[in-house]
Design a protein around this ligand. Structure first.
Ligand SMILES: [Zn+2]
Length: 346
């Protein structure tokens, strides 16, 4: 990456109202058939355009072609029954109706590869593509077949690896795995979670990232956050092992979160996507607020490894708020970039 402090988002952006109900998470599609396919592609083009207009350096599809960051991938696998749903507690936090694993999980065909090719054809900027992480996939299902979270994660990791290799061949520069479950199941993270993630990136030449967050600004998450106390030290559990892993980039929350910034010292040497935009509020950060978060992070992350980012996806926000936040991220990063360049030439 040639640009200093290259900006990006954690992944999702709001969808247009003609494609899905706005300001609603996991909103159902408003189109069907060929119209839906065209509509998703048009929304992808718009999401890209908005990022480019805001000056975002590493762009994504804004997750315009998926309804849900985990289940859309799982829908394309065999071995999962979406008709027979079970209610389970996910992330140890809230009940959700989820599909059931009924047989060996395999990937019969590419999931996002055509969408990634479309994005690649529309821009010369570096592109990032998000996939769910194996542990978070396991935690979003009822398993009636393997009866082992570890075994199921391992099988998912194989399917993710197949997808990731094809995304890389399609020209994706950074493949990101979303693992909010890493902030909850600490023993499993260290026993097999990181190993499964490394299985998912096996043989990849492109850069790889893991996104670990406190979730969208939905009620179940904000209620959970209230129970976490004044210091959120969850990252402390996974970071030491992640620091030694083959993952290139760690994406995490910073702005408005209670994560002690010195925990970044635990991943020294890794590239860090620092969340400088709060996705759980409609208040748009000022460039100076973004810059303040980045300056704090610079105490623990080398400048050439710092990637300004959002705390999480922006899908549930209004398009206007999301646009404002993209612009603030870009302007805040530019403030710090100029400071760093001035220091260098002084
Ligand atoms: Zn997130």
């Amino acid at each position: 990456m040639k640009t200093l402090l290259p900006t990006s988002t954690a992944g999702s952006l709001p969808k247009p109202a003609w494609l899905a109900q706005p300001e609603t998470l996991w909103s159902p599609w408003k189109l069907a058939g060929d119209e839906l396919i065209d509509g998703k592609h048009d929304a992808l083009r718009i999401a890209l355009q908005e990022q480019q207009l805001a000056g975002i350096d590493i762009v994504s599809d804004g997750e315009q072609t998926r309804q849900h960051f985990v289940t859309t991938f799982i829908e394309h696998l065999s071995g999962v029954d979406f008709e027979h749903r079970q209610t389970v507690k996910i992330r140890d936090r809230y009940d959700a109706s989820v599909p059931t694993v009924v047989g060996p999980v395999t990937r019969q065909k590419p999931v996002f590869v055509e969408d990634a090719k479309l994005l690649r054809s529309q821009t010369d900027k570096p592109i990032k593509w998000a996939l769910p992480g194996p542990m978070t996939m396991v935690d979003t299902l009822y398993d009636a077949h393997y009866q082992s979270r570890e075994k199921l994660a391992w099988e998912f990791a194989k399917t993710l690896n197949q997808e990731a290799k094809e995304l890389e061949a399609a020209g994706v520069d950074i493949i990101q795995f979303d693992e909010p479950a890493f902030n909850v199941f600490f023993d499993e993270v260290n026993d097999w979670g990181i190993a499964a993630l490394e299985r998912a990136i096996e043989g990849l030449q492109c850069e790889t990232a893991v996104h670990i967050c406190y979730g969208y600004g939905i009620k179940a998450n904000t209620d959970w956050k209230k129970t976490l106390g004044s210091e959120w030290r969850q990252y402390e559990e996974a970071f030491p092992k992640l620091q030694k892993s083959n993952i290139d980039i760690i994406s995490l929350e910073c702005h408005n979160s209670h994560v002690p910034i010195d925990l970044l010292a635990l991943i020294r040497g890794k590239k860090v996507m620092v969340g400088a935009i709060d996705v759980a509020t409609n208040t748009i950060e000022t460039p100076e607020e973004v810059a303040a978060t980045l300056r704090k992070a610079l105490e623990f992350v080398d400048a050439d490894k710092l990637y300004p980012c959002t705390n999480c996806g922006m899908a549930p926000l209004s398009r206007e708020v999301a646009r404002g936040k993209l612009a603030a991220l870009s302007a805040g990063a530019e403030l710090v970039r100029q400071e760093l360049l001035a220091k260098k030439s002084a």
